[in-house]
Every structure is written in C-alpha cells, then in structure tokens.
Design a protein around this ligand. Structure first.
Ligand code: NZQ
Ligand code: ZN
Length: 388
C-alpha cells in the first residue's frame, strides 16, 4: 500500500541540445551578482565555461568565480566558498559541473547567511536551515547523482574521516537546471560508467525495501531496463546522443524524490560507499559498485521475494520451475556480469583501500533501518571485508 505523502519538486528543467538558452530566461529573475562555481577545469577545456560566461555577460551580470571544487567536496572548501559568496554579495550561485559542484553550491547557499560552522551545523547536527538561502542554478556536465533536481548535498571531512549527506528541503533544490546531454560527451569513460552505476544504485536503494504493491517499483523496473539498455550503447559509443540523453533523464528521475514517495527505502549501499569514500576519496559510483554485490548477496535471503522479482523483471531471468532463491541468485549473477562488462571497479583494493582501514570504515558507516536487514557492526565488517 502507498503510504501518505506530500510531493513537490520546484526545480525547473531545460533539457536538450539548446538547453543552455534557458539561462537567458532564468538570469533576469535574479540580481546582478553571480557566483560562478565550477570544478577542476574540465569546463574550460571543453568550452562550456566560455559559453556560460558569454551568456552571463550578455545578461549584464557581475561574475565572481569560485573554481577548484574537487570531486567529493570538502568541509574546508565549503568554508572558502562561503567566504567567497559573502564577499561577492551573491544574488545567485550558478553551479557548472557534476554532482560535486552542485552539492557544494547548495551547501554554500544555506551557509552564506548563517554564522555557524557549516559542517557542524548541517553535516553533524543536521540542523534545519534557519537563514536566508541564496538561490542556486545548475548547468550539469556529469550525470549520476540527481543533484540537479534534489536537495542532497554531500560533504567530506577528511580530518574526521566522515562523508555525510544532508538532504535539504524544497527551498534548497536548484531553482533551475540546464541538462544538455552533449555536455557529457567529454566525460572520461571511468566517470561515465561510475555515474551510470550511481544511477543504478539510487534506484536499487529505493527498490529493495518493502514488498507492497507499489507503482514506484514498476517505475523503477522500467528505469533500470532503460538504463541497462542505454548504458550498453553509450559504453560502445559515448557520443550516441539518444543513449546519453536517456541516461541523463534516468539519472534525474532516479533521485528527484518521485520514486521514493509512499514507500520505504534502504540506502545502506550508499552508507557503506560513503564510508569507503571518507577513507579513500575514491570516485562515488565506484565505491558503490565495489560494495554492492557483497551487500546484496548478504541481505538477499531476508528479501528474497523482491530479489526474485528484480531478477525476472529487470534481468529477464526465466523463473520456471526454480526456487525464489535460485532465481534471485541468477539475477545477481547477471547484474555482476553486466557490471564487469561496462568496466566498473568491483573491489575496494582497486580503489586504494587497505585492510588497515577496515576498523575505521566500520566506524564511519551510518546504519539505516529501511532495508531488508538492519546491519550490526559485525555484519558491516563482514560485508566490507568481502568487498576487498
Ligand atoms: O572537476 P572537473 O575538472 O570539472 O572534472 C570532473 C571531476 O573530475 C569531471 N567532469 C565533470 N564533467 C565533465 C568532467 N570531465 C570531462 N567532461 C565533463 N563534461 O568528472 C569528475 C567527477 O565529477 P563529480 O562532480 O565529482 O562527479 P559526480 O557527479 O559523480 O558527483 C559526485 C559527488 O556527488 C555526491 C557524491 O557523494 C560525490 O561527493 N552525491 C550527491 C548526491 C545528491 N546530491 O543527491 C547523491 C549521490 O548519491 C552522491 O552521494
Ligand atoms: Zn549516489
């Protein structure tokens, strides 16, 4: 049964080859000072920076730059960004990049007008936002996180060995997001497949929870089938517009809050992956790929009905005359083969993790209770160990 919920997603999307023109519609809504946030320089190499700056100038904006946002943005960089946004008296924060840049922009947006330490306030205490928020807009260049249409913001504190996500409310969602699939063509294959698996993981985190008859599960099976199909094409031809545009759209739907409405969700793969990220700074989607199968194989007996359904409806496993467990196992085997085929990293060792990090990773893993099995510390250790 669908549980009760309210639903609102306020982000306006501009999608397609001409999507950047949407900036001309959006920019007049905001004051003159724009903080232009971006990463380590890919947008300068592929020309997106020049295009965005030209539109900002044509709209009479004062541009204040905040570049150098790293993958897995840090609490230190967040402090720097807050100081820059204050100095710029920013009316709009324009994030041009992937999930890291969008997440960071949101964290800055809720921290500019509050005097607390942003890390402590939002990522340790999980306080609500009680100050004025600077609006954020996104020009997405890397597909996976769904940050373009949600309130998520994930920040890493290396000193404390913590990678923590705060899911902010609708008032923090980007006001608009520009989604041009062609902007993702220059992504290195490693990043592309990492993003593809991040999308798959977001869907599975919401799918592998509960056994109600829920429309969201049907939606997710469709999204997964389309993702697998388009990923196979994109891996062979990264400039296939149809495949890249489908992947971009699936990523947005996977985590724009819709499919979670009225149902319970898990998120343990992300808790394990974020812990790995806190200790290794590895690429987000790859951390998820490395822990997923040990986790799913461990919890499968507790949710075998859903795992068997997943095998049949997503991976096309023939269930005739087989036990639910056998069908579920076949589904996970098919998933594993596909993950290897598209080039995902399948173990923690290849992500730079070492056995001496194990205790720390166990400690840094937050436990969620919406999945088929609430893990204790020993089980977390066992799953992480099996992921090496
Ligand atoms: O920094 P630059 O030079 O731009 O290079 C980036 C970066 O090295 C590169 N890149 C991006 N667009 C490119 C490109 N290179 C060539 N051409 C392009 N068009 O890709 C690298 C990775 O970028 P990043 O933004 O870090 O990737 P992603 O989008 O996967 O974001 C990862 C962050 O998002 C968080 C993750 O934990 C991680 O910190 N997440 C955010 C979520 C949310 N807001 O809801 C949910 C996710 O589960 C996730 O946790
Ligand atoms: Zn993710």
């Amino acid at each position: 049964m669908l549980g009760n919920f309210t639903y609102c997603n306020p982000t306006k999307l501009y999608f397609g080859k001409d999507a950047l023109n949407g900036l001309n519609e959006e920019l007049p809504k905001y004051g003159k000072n724009v903080l232009l946030v971006y990463g380590g320089g890919s947008i300068k190499k592929n020309g997106i920076y020049d295009k965005v700056v030209a539109i900002l100038k044509a709209n009479g904006k004062n541009i204040y730059e905040d570049g150098g946002v790293m993958p897995n943005p840090t609490s230190e960089k967040l402090k720097d960004g807050v100081a820059r946004a204050k100095a710029a008296n920013a009316d709009l924060i324009l994030a041009v990049g992937g999930g890291s840049v969008c997440d960071y922009a949101k964290a800055v947006s809720v921290s500019v007008n509050c005097n607390d330490d942003a890390w402590e306030k939002y990522f340790i205490r999980f306080d609500d936002v009680a100050c004025d928020i600077v609006p954020v807009g996104c020009v997405l260049t890397m597909v996976g996180t769904g940050s373009e249409m949600n309130g998520g913001s994930v920040i890493t504190n290396h000193a404390q060995k913590l990678k923590v996500g705060h899911v902010f409310g609708e008032n923090v969602f980007p006001k608009f997001s520009i989604l041009n699939p062609e902007f993702t063509f220059t992504l290195p294959k490693y990043q592309m497949v990492s993003g593809i698996y991040d999308i798959m993981s977001h869907i599975l985190e919401q799918y592998f929870s509960g056994n109600d008859d829920n429309t969201s599960d049907y939606l997710m099976e469709g999204l997964l089938r389309s993702l697998i199909h388009s990923a196979d094409i994109a891996v062979n031809d990264p400039t296939d517009y149809e495949a890249r545009s489908n992947i971009m759209w699936i990523a947005t739907w996977a985590l724009n809050t819709l499919v979670a409405k009225g149902k319970t969700t898990d998120w343990m793969v992300h808790m394990l992956g974020q812990s790995v990220g806190a200790h290794t700074d590895a690429t987000h989607g790859m951390t998820l790929a490395a822990v997923s199968l040990p986790y799913y194989r461990y919890i499968m007996p507790y949710g075998v009905v859903k795992f068997a359904r997943y095998a049949v409806n997503v991976w096309g496993v023939n269930a005739d005359g087989k036990s639910a467990t056998a069908v579920a196992e076949e589904g996970l085997t098919a998933m594993e083969a596909w993950m290897k085929k598209i080039g995902l990293v399948m173990n923690l060792t290849d992500l730079g993790a070492t056995q001496d990090m194990l205790d720390g990773m166990v400690k840094s893993t937050f436990v969620k209770d919406g999945g088929y099995k609430v893990l204790n510390e020993n089980e977390i250790r066992q799953i992480l160990k099996a992921s090496f």
